[in-house]
Design a protein around this ligand. Sequence first.
Ligand SMILES: Nc1nc2c(ncn2[C@@H]2O[C@H](COP(=O)(O)OP(=O)(O)OP(=O)(O)O)[C@@H](O)[C@H]2O)c(=O)[nH]1
Length: 199
Amino acid sequence: MTIRYIESSKLPTPWGIFSMHGFEDTANDKEHVVLSMGNLEGEEPVLSRIHSECLTGDALFSLRCDCGAQLQAAMHRIAQEGRGVIFYLRQEGRGIGLLNKIKAYNLQDKGADTVEANEALGFGADMRDYSILREMLEHLNIHALKLMTNNPRKVKALNDLGVNVVERIAHETGRNPHNAKYLETKKGKLGHLLEGKED
Ligand SMILES: Nc1nc2c(ncn2[C@@H]2O[C@H](COP(=O)(O)OP(=O)(O)OP(=O)(O)O)[C@@H](O)[C@H]2O)c(=O)[nH]1
């Protein structure tokens, strides 16, 4: 067991009042946050978003990706349903970290796509590890997820870990002229299920 539950509090947001739960990964001192609304217990699958940290998109309004829009859309959707959960995992830059992501962005400014940039820096295209989720789900008493994602590799990685994803809910939002190439690469090279929908 490397995940340690620390504390919970309220988090009022423009979409409603969430509960915020703090966890620490004692293996690497990373601090993770879970936002929840409503009663998560019981057999009914929980509307969920497993969101990897994107400081640039989530907090700095970057249009290079779709992360910020996806986070806000997930909060909105959960508030509308009155029940759901967002796991905000600190695996910035698909696991390569913020400073390496800035290096990758520099290479993308010079013409590389998001996969080529990671590989030129000596990383895999996607270095994320979702294994910590199992302990968090156990702590929150969540048994089954309806997962908001366009990423079938995320669903497979979770199912391989024994996390019960019973349904994938398309979560396409935030396309703009600055992230069009990025989204095309996600679709073409990373297998994301994207229809090219404009907001
Ligand atoms: N290395 C790298 N990471 C990026 C880039 N753009 C965004 N990211 C990171 O990509 C991750 C996106 O995470 P998610 O939105 O949870 O997942 P996803 O794989 O895009 O799949 P969805 O569930 O469909 O959104 C975040 O960690 C971002 O920081 C990029 O160009 N390079």
